[in-house]
Design a protein around this ligand. Sequence first.
Ligand code: GLN
Length: 194
Amino acid sequence: MTAPRVGVLALQGDFREHLAVLRGLGAEARPVRRAEELQDIDGLVIPGGESTVMDKLSRAFGVAEPVKAAIAEGMPVYGTCAGLIMLADTVRDRIEGQQSFGGLDVVVRRNAFGTQLDSFETDLDIPELGEDPVHAVFIRAPIVEEIGAKARALAELEDGRVVAVEQGNLLGTSFHPEVTGDDRFHRYFLSKLG
Ligand code: GLN
């Protein structure tokens, strides 16, 4: 079997961590900064970082429209934190003019935990990933406030707030599996690449 070719949007944020996890799993992982680099990949990861900056850079570099087209054509895409915001159809508490790629039929709220609880860690039960809980790191994270008919929740906090979603080939997490050493989310994503 040939190694899956996975792009990681490398305009801003923690793309190096994603590249390392994907390479550790045997994928041929490469940074994506230009439209041409989207052409010969089997899937795309959108890292954590700052969605407002990622939005501006993706439009300035001319990759926003090609990424949208790839999503529409069914390319598997996994977004973590800011990446989830970029995948969401609707973004609350966005800055003026901020756009997302969209595709994921959800409403997310940016920086949903406020300044009191900027960053925190917790364990999540995610049956799809096995019995062991997933240790999740949240850093100025978004929450999925509404889920449309096409998407489904994969993980919730104890209070029921949704922090991981899936919709066909699209996967999004509020938290950062790329920094914990637990590669089950990346494995789950790679299983979508066929
Ligand atoms: N708060 C950031 C944003 O709005 C996301 C933070 C993160 O990716 N860790 O894009």
